[in-house]
Design a protein around this ligand. Structure first.
Ligand code: SF4
Length: 327
């Protein structure tokens, strides 16, 4: 009974003053006050975009730094949560990748990002996306615990359809997620329609090539017929943005219940990729729409700040020179 009260106090009401928890026996309140300090990470840098997007760089207990981003959208605010400090996967268009993996985040460190966004912004967010620094499937146990915690009706009570786990295609993670009926949606960062191009952009493809990934996506769709997957596709000029790419992409995902998010590349000085012209982006989208797919062009939020994953940390380190995580 006390555990349930404490759970609701912390996660439904967002309170951290444990001694103020009503109806808690005094000895237990005293013990908690002595032993538990539910403090939040220090915000060491904050940037607010003209579009309202707010990015925080947080310092964890051991000094490690991670980012979280809060993206307002007319009462349907979304928060992007990091699952690792750094990342081992080495996607070529990603700034986070350039520093390698430093460590996995614990469940509590993901919760702390959520509570920090809530405290700083003054309102609860409606959508959570596990799309920040790191590959969630490489930290599956803590991520799955986090998903179960935030969808617990007695606590944060996020609807499972408002929580999205994003992967670059680590197939064993998708399989576990399906087997365990994890209560959340799935987003796949696809970004290419041939193994040759995907191998070049995303080394993970050499281990889990497109056919294997698509089979896992089909299994997810068959197991959860009411969930709508997200397919993210970063458009890089001259690399993956041709009409033939659009036709191949349409053929690949036509049978899946999904929305395709097209993300024109958000370049940085010296980047080896370019953003395609608007006409190319429109043509790509039109081909998908003509094939009956729901395709949306998403302009990056917070373009006037370092809102892409990994940028704020690099800015803090004074070495923002390359890479943007669009995954
Ligand atoms: S895009 Fe995601 S998975 Fe790929 S290197 Fe960056 S953080 Fe890791």
């Amino acid at each position: 009974m006390h555990a349930e009260r404490l759970h609701a106090w912390l996660y439904r009401h967002g309170r951290r003053d444990l001694s103020a928890l009503p109806e808690l026996p005094r000895p237990l309140a005293g013990l908690l006050a002595q032993r538990v300090s539910p403090s939040l990470p220090e915000v060491i840098r904050q940037q607010i975009s003209v579009d309202g997007t707010c990015k925080y760089l947080l310092r964890l207990e051991d000094g490690e730094q991670v980012e979280t981003v809060v993206i307002p959208a007319g009462g349907r605010t979304t928060q992007c949560i990091s699952t690792q400090a750094g990342c081992a996967l080495g996607c070529r268009f990603c700034l986070t990748a350039t520093g390698g993996l430093r460590r996995n985040l614990r469940r509590g460190e993901m919760v702390a990002q959520l509570l920090t966004g809530w405290q700083q912004g003054g309102e609860r967010v409606r959508n959570l996306v596990l799309m920040g620094m790191g590959e969630p499937m490489h930290n599956y146990d803590a991520v799955a615990d986090f998903v179960r915690l935030v969808t617990d009706p007695a606590g944060f009570a996020f609807a499972p359809r408002h929580v999205t786990l994003s992967t670059v295609g680590v197939v064993p993670g998708i399989t576990r997620m399906v087997d365990e009926r994890l209560p959340c949606n799935l987003a796949i960062s696809l970004n290419a329609t041939t193994d040759a191009v995907r191998d070049r952009l995303m080394p993970v493809n050499r281990k889990y090539p497109l056919a294997t990934l698509l089979a896992a996506m089909h299994r997810f769709a068959e197991t959860f017929p009411k969930r709508r997957m997200l397919v993210a596709y970063v458009l890089l000029a001259g690399v993956n943005d041709s009409a033939a790419d659009a036709e191949r992409l349409a053929a690949m995902v036509r049978d899946l219940p999904c929305t395709v998010n097209l993300l024109p590349f958000n370049p940085w000085p010296g980047a080896p990729w370019r953003r395609p012209d608007d006409g190319v982006v429109s043509r790509f989208r039109a081909i998908l729409s003509a094939a009956g797919l729901v395709a949306v062009v998403r302009e990056p939020r917070g373009r006037d700040i370092d809102a892409a994953c990994g940028q704020l940390l690099r800015r803090q380190d004074g070495e923002l020179s390359k890479g943007v995580c669009d995954g």
